[in-house]
Design a protein around this ligand. Structure first.
Ligand code: SAH
Length: 245
């Protein structure tokens, strides 16, 4: 499957489109096919195309990697194979950003997720082995994007995280957009604790204020909780939050 996202718009508006370049196309859509993201995919609110990198191998063995120049352990994805896979999607016109999932990239933030969801879509390149030849990133204008300071065995799970974070912000995907407003990372604060029925669970009561019906008091309590959680768990976010004032 290598359909071009630009062909997708039948009546003007094009759905937000993702191209995932991977050696394991069979793992998609995976969890992206379930729940809200899956329903959005089924109803055409966003599009997902996988490109099987191995199809662009130059030999009959389907070789996509080779030994690193300079020596060392592991294998590196070949730039010629990857470039051909990228080019099969079409030129980067229309402002579709290209990313290689990589632990060397800047860690993804909710702010960046919002900006990506506001754009036409994304191309995500999933690395495997020790990584990819640097020159293909330069030659095809791909930035590196990380999902956190730890090492995964491949870019696929990272790509799914990026896609899921973006897709849930697309219009129509989440039923009640107001539920997106008070989330973690808004204002550089983490979310306040949540409670639901039963009122008493294993001897633990729900905070009294939440049962009071006093909305101003509830808002103040939630705000204080969000500040406390952020201050005690994430000094980095808390510093950013305070700098906003
Ligand atoms: N040798 C590399 C790690 C390679 S892991 C290094 O030390 O930086 C193999 C692939 O998994 C990477 O090419 C990348 O596509 C993906 N990957 C691993 N960790 C990741 C992370 N934290 N964020 C995004 N992608 C990651």
């Amino acid at each position: 499957m290598t359909a071009d996202w630009r062909e997708s718009g039948q009546s003007g508006a094009r759905p937000w489109s993702v191209h995932v370049l991977t050696l394991y196309p069979e793992v998609f859509p995976g969890p992206l096919g379930a729940a809200l993201a899956g329903r959005g995919l089924d109803s055409g609110l966003w599009r997902l195309e996988t490109v099987d990198i191995r199809r662009f191998a130059r030999d009959k063995h389907g070789t996509v990697d080779d030994h690193p120049f300079g020596g060392g352990v592991g294998m590196v994805m070949r730039p010629d194979v990857l470039a051909a896979a990228i080019d099969s999607v079409g030129p980067a016109e229309g402002g579709v950003p290209r990313f290689l999932l990589s632990p060397r990239g800047a860690p993804l933030t909710q702010e960046q997720v919002k900006a990506l969801a506001d754009g036409p879509g994304i191309m995500l390149i999933c690395g495997r082995f020790e990584g990819v030849d640097e020159r293909v990133l330069e030659g095809r204008g791909a930035a590196e994007l990380s999902v956190g300071d730890y090492v995964l065995s491949g870019g696929e799970i990272a790509a799914m995280a990026v896609i899921d974070a973006c897709v849930r912000l697309l219009p129509g995907v989440v039923g009640r957009p107001s539920s997106l407003v008070e989330e973690s990372f808004e204002d550089d604060l983490l979310e306040y604790p949540q409670y639901t029925r039963p009122r008493l669970f294993e001897g633990r009561a729900v905070p009294e204020v939440l049962l009071s019906g006093d909305h101003a008091a509830i808002d103040a309590w939630r705000r204080a909780q969000a500040e406390h959680v952020t201050r005690t768990r994430r000094a980095d976010l808390w510093a950013r939050h305070q700098a906003r004032r």
